[in-house]
Design a protein around this ligand. Structure first.
Ligand SMILES: [Cu+2]
Length: 430
């Protein structure tokens, strides 16, 4: 498959229009700080390209001044996290679908091919456009039946963070993974951000040991994802100290709003999918609630180096496929129970007798293709979270946005076990 960078470069040479004359020098080597400046919409405005963690932006070509995109809705094999593969639906081979990036005022033509086993459409969520381009199957247009390709054409009038998703059999199609982000850059931004992340929040129910998400689930979601990845499958967000950072969150979960909490920083909520928030009306926060069917942009200056957690603050949304049908055995000894029950109930799992911490790495036998309680080794101990969890890694003087590994805490700035002398000196008796 042609890479995004080659596609953009190729279209710049062949397609003329807005990309004509763009110097190839901006298309840096992937080993450098490559994301900055490799993207044509960003080049047009001087902004940083949008980074879709675990994802990509959708390539386009320019035909007589119109940016032409092609989305293909199709079944995809998707890995939520190491250990859990799913038979999902997505766009262009992936879920979440590629991010559509354009610039305020751009005329776009978006072809949508249906390779699903049922009809679909695409709704451009939050975009102000002609009624007949709005994508609600039956209301605004006929269904796109399997094998057909439809053509949407409109102008991105307003900059902002938006989404796209089907508007036929919505419950099934979004529950199977059909969704993506749209970023429309400001044409003349008043200031630039250095790192600009786009993150789609969604939720799934994948029965333990199964591959196919069950979109009929109404409340008991067990795979909670950022761009369709559950920790430890989520990529870290790497930032250089001092950079101005924007994070754009969209939420196309079936049933849940998500309070996304960032450690180490105050940020401001700067925009919704209804437009920018006036500077005097932005308020400081450490958690942004992203409602279903909405987007929220936050911004901050990354002036504090470290490995900072970022996660949904619903504690059930940072668990992977947690079983919870069994009894609460905190304080009891359930030794051998799972081995005896599982022949009768294949997905059965007893919760930990001293709580749940560490269940993911105690060598418990896990059903195949499942990630119950799975987390990952951290720098200091096991990181026993999953789901909607990732790490913002802020580092001084990095020249690459590759994962820099764990943060090296400066001497004297790391929590540790107290010594008996220290306890005594401070009058703490145990
Ligand atoms: Cu949540």
């Amino acid at each position: 498959m042609i890479s995004r960078r080659n596609f953009v470069m190729g279209s710049g040479i062949a397609g003329g229009g807005l990309l004509a004359g763009r110097p190839a020098v901006a298309l840096q080597d992937a080993e450098g700080v490559a994301e900055v400046g490799t993207d044509a919409p960003a080049q047009q405005t001087g902004s940083a390209s949008v980074v879709t963690p675990n994802g990509v932006s959708l390539p386009f070509r320019v035909v007589e001044g119109v940016k032409v995109f092609h989305l293909i809705a199709e079944p995809v094999e998707h890995e939520f996290a190491p250990g859990l593969k799913g038979s999902c639906w997505g766009y262009n081979g992936r879920t979440s679908g590629p991010t559509i990036e354009a610039v305020e005022g751009d005329r776009v033509r978006i072809y949508v091919t249906n390779r699903l086993p049922e009809p679909t459409t695409i709704h451009w969520h939050g975009i102000i456009l002609p009624n007949g381009m709005d994508g609600v199957g039956g209301l605004n247009q006929p269904y796109i039946r399997p094998g057909e390709t439809f053509r949407y054409e409109f102008t991105f009038l307003y900059p902002g963070t938006y989404m796209y998703h089907p508007h036929v059999d919505e419950m099934t199609q979004m529950g199977m993974g059909l969704m993506g982000m749209i970023v429309v850059h400001q044409r003349n931004p008043r200031y630039q951000v250095d790192r600009d992340f786009a993150i789609m929040l969604s939720e799934w129910y994948v029965p333990i040991g199964a591959r196919r998400p069950d979109p009929r689930e109404m409340s008991d979601f067990n795979v909670l994802t950022l761009n369709s990845k559950a920790f430890p499958g989520t990529e870290p967000l790497v930032v250089r100290t001092g950079q101005r950072v924007r994070m754009r969150f969209g939420n196309l979960s079936a049933m849940d709003n998500h309070p996304i909490h960032l450690h180490g920083y105050f940020f401001k909520i700067t925009a919704t999918d209804g437009g920018p928030i006036a500077e005097t009306a932005q308020w400081p926060e450490t958690t942004v609630l992203v409602p279903v069917g909405a987007t929220r942009d936050i911004e901050f200056v990354a002036d504090a180096p470290g490995d900072w957690a970022m996660h949904c603050h619903f504690t059930h949304h940072i668990m992977n496929q947690m079983g919870h049908e069994g009894p609460n055995v905190i304080g009891l000894d359930p030794a051998g129970l799972d081995d005896r029950i599982r022949p009768l109930l294949p997905g059965y799992m007893t919760m930990g007798q001293s709580g749940m911490a560490g269940m993911g790495h105690m060598g418990m036998s896990m059903p195949d293709n499942s990630i119950p309680m799975k987390g990952a080794p951290g720098k200091h101990d096991y990181l026993d979270m999953g789901g909607m969890f990732t790490v913002l890694k802020v580092r001084d003087d990095i020249t690459s946005y590759q994962d820099p590994g764990w943060y090296q805490n400066p001497p004297g700035t790391l929590s540790r076990q107290a010594s008996s002398e220290e306890l005594e000196a401070d009058g703490i008796s145990l």
